[in-house]
Design a protein around this ligand. Structure first.
Ligand code: 2AM
Length: 187
C-alpha cells in the first residue's frame, strides 16, 4: 500500500486503571485459551468510527472535525460489563462491553459519525453502535463456542480522551499510531 493512504479510525481511550482491571481479568480468565490472541495492552480502546483507507492529505481535516466534536462533548462515565463474542455467530473477537448509562458515549459516537460523514470521510454503520473493547482475537479456524467466561469486575471509569488513530498493518498484527488526541469538554 502506498504512503499516500492511511487506514484510520477514531476511538475512546481507556484510563490506565480500567486498562489494568481488564488486563488482570484477562490474565486470570482468558489468556489460558490457546484459541485466543490477546490484544496488546497499548491497543485496548473503544472504537467509535472506523474510517478505513483515506488519503493522507485528508488527515488534518479529519482531525479538525474530530476536535470540533470533542470540544462540544463532555467526558463520559462508563462501566465495564459483560464479555461478548463478536459477531455472535462465528466470533472473530472476544470483547468486553461497556455500560453507557447516561448515553453520553452514544451521543459522542453519533456526533462523530455525523461530522465525519458530512466531510465525506466516513460511511455510517447500518448496525446500532455497540460499545466494546476488543480484548482478544480468535485464531483462524479456532472454535470458541463452548468457552464460557466470567465477567470482569464492574469497574467505573471516566472516558475523557478521543483519539484519531492510524492502523499500520503488519505480520504480527496491526499497530495503532495516535495521530491526534482530543480531550473531551475542553471547548
Ligand atoms: P474492534 O473495536 O472490534 O476491535 C482498528 O482496526 C479498530 O477499528 C479495531 O478496534 C476494530 O474493531 C475497529 N474496526 C471497526 N470496523 C472495522 C473494520 N471493518 N475493519 C477493521 N477494523 C474495524
Amino acid at each position: 500500500m502506498s504512503d499516500e493512504r492511511a487506514r484510520l479510525f477514531v476511538a475512546l481511550e481507556l484510563p490506565d486503571d480500567a486498562r489494568t482491571t481488564l488486563l488482570r481479568w484477562r490474565a486470570r480468565h482468558v489468556d489460558e485459551h490457546a484459541a485466543l490472541r490477546p490484544t496488546p495492552p497499548a491497543s485496548l480502546h473503544l472504537t467509535l468510527c472506523f474510517l478505513g483507507w483515506r488519503e493522507v492529505a485528508e488527515i488534518d481535516a479529519i482531525a479538525a472535525a474530530c476536535a470540533r466534536v470533542g470540544a462540544a462533548c463532555d467526558a463520559v462515565r462508563l462501566s465495564l460489563a459483560e464479555p461478548v463474542w463478536l459477531p455472535p455467530r462465528g466470533p472473530r473477537v472476544l470483547a468486553v462491553e461497556l455500560v453507557d448509562q447516561a448515553g453520553g458515549l452514544a451521543q459522542i459516537q453519533s456526533a462523530l459519525s455525523g461530522a465525519l460523514a458530512e466531510g465525506g470521510w466516513y460511511r455510517p454503520e447500518q448496525r446500532p453502535f455497540r460499545a466494546h473493547v476488543t480484548v482478544a482475537r480468535v485464531s483462524k479456524g479456532a472454535r470458541v463456542r463452548r468457552v464460557v467466561l466470567r465477567a470482569p469486575p464492574p469497574h467505573p471509569l471516566l472516558g475523557s480522551t478521543v483519539t484519531l488513530f492510524r492502523s499500520r498493518l503488519a505480520r504480527g498484527g496491526a499497530r495503532y499510531e495516535p495521530l491526534r488526541r482530543i480531550e473531551l469538554g475542553q471547548g
